[in-house]
Write a new protein. Sequence first.
Lengths: 444, 211
Amino acid sequence: MAKPWAELSPEEKREERFKRWLSPPGVKFASPQAEKVYKERVTRFIKAFTLQKPDRVPCILPTGFYAASYAGTNLGEVMYDYDKMKSAWRKMMHDFSDADTYMPPALVPPGRSLEAVDYKLYKWPGHGLPKTTPSYQAVEGEWMKPNEYDALIRDPSDFWLRIYLPRIFGVFKAFNTLNPWTSFEEIATTPFIPFGNPEVQAGFNAIMKAGTESLKWIAAVGEVAGESLAMGFPGVMSGLAKAPFDTLGDTLRGTQGVMMDMFQRPQKVHEAMERLVPIIIEGAVAAVANAASPIVIMPLHKGADSFMSPKQYETFYWPTFKKVVMAMVNEGIYPMLFAEGSYNKRLDIIGDFPKGSVAWYFDQTDIFEAKKKIGDRCCIVGNVPTSLIMTGTPQQVKEHCKKLIEVCGKDGGYVLAGGANVDEGNPENLRAMMAAAKEYGVYK
Amino acid sequence: MSGDFVNLLADLKEEEVLKLTQQRLDSKEDPLKILEDARKGMEIVGKRFAGGEYFLPELVFSGELLAQVTNIVKPHLTGAGVQQKKIGKVVIATVAGDIHDIGLNIVDFMLDVNGFEVTNLGVDVPIEKIVKAVKETGAPVLGLSGFLTPAFDAMKETVEALEKAGLRKNLKIMIGGGQMDDEVRKYAKADAFGKDAMAAVTLTKQWYGVK
């Protein structure tokens, strides 16, 4: 009889999750051939991730929102028109049929849901940014005030509902008049009263509208994602998690705010990050629970070389980040750590994970140096420069990939990928990446 | 006292700096002298940043200290302050379609403490506004910042617009930020790519012919 989940070792848990990735329950493959290539592809990734030699170097094409421009539409349009979204992403799936993986449109946000709640944290095409801008962008700001650390630390959910959300959802403005939900005890009387406030009610109505809209959106995204699995394309990113320092610095205190806090209230910063750790872990575990692949990507922001000193990184960034990563590893999840910007001055410490348990995905880091320093412990992913893919020739891209494969691909443990995602540009450059993986990446 | 103040600010000793600011005002010292010392302190901060001893958090915090000192001193200022003599003008902006300003503000700070008069146009700046600013200031140096890939085309179009307006010939253009590199520099037909704020200072000094 199988051991209960809680009694499995981290390796056994991961093995179970990898098995599920190889034979995802409920997926009906379009053909025996599709099933065959699906399993080949997944095996290729699993081997590279766990530092073995696959049949050849796997490749992740950096196609975030590329499908939109490729199909002649744009992000702004597909955020509102799900039929256009579906057809654009389908076109990408069919035209790049030899790719090792496929990114469904799950990162395209539902524009109407955001509008329904009057979302203030981001700008997107046609909403604060020019209609044709191929990306959305976060609005830097002090969304949490310096004197609100104690509220966050005491009860994060309450802080979110009554302090934070009223700022980032315009329609929740009156939610700062609510009592904590914990005020409902014994036979409830007065705690109902704030919910009679028409402004509060309007807030609930708005988020219900966002919910209804999001069901349409997820149906469209799910349709494409399901098709891609059936066609034999594994997904490599089932969920997203953040480092606690980034949660604080990106969308709560803001970059400026968190940096001041490092001097003015360092203890509070540490306490708040510790408080966020279990919440982030819970989110990551939930994200992979029903997904095929056990991969969670962590986009890392404020710990890059240009943001803080090595000492600040070790003091403020690394400890809680490592806790989150290790908790995932212990749950059998495979974290892909995406170091945006450069991580050249972090290479001496970031390999400190159990051998073969994480992948480091590099953007602008010296990846050859990274291979040397941490390649014996971590899978290396990356890093054809975004600028090269967007402005170079296919031949240049192919040459660059060749070099990456030769150096980083040596002895396995490597996945060819971009630096950041490309949103526009010559499709032949993406094909050149795939061609390079096939031509130069075969292990003999 | 003045030397202490400069070093305390450079060392980011918040409490001491603020206390000393008040003491100097109480002892009827010329408020302009305090601001001049604050500027000297910031110069040291800039040097430490350039030297790799300080990073972004120190820069941000020093900016906050300067703002606090200025706020305390301001009510005591009588006549107009003496303008520090500047080496020359530089216009900087984050290009259209991009709202990132962290890198832009570091460049602003570093150029400023190195003696340049900076016109910072902010983020998501329309091409026409950049052309207008270059024309009106007559600045011979322009810095374009961008974080994301949409900036590639925005930079290219900005450079083209400057050409069209007949302003390109006597203008040096540097680019930097996020996904920018020398490939993008070629693509946008700018003069130089700088990988950080120090590079922006080095390039500007070089173009101005100062050491």
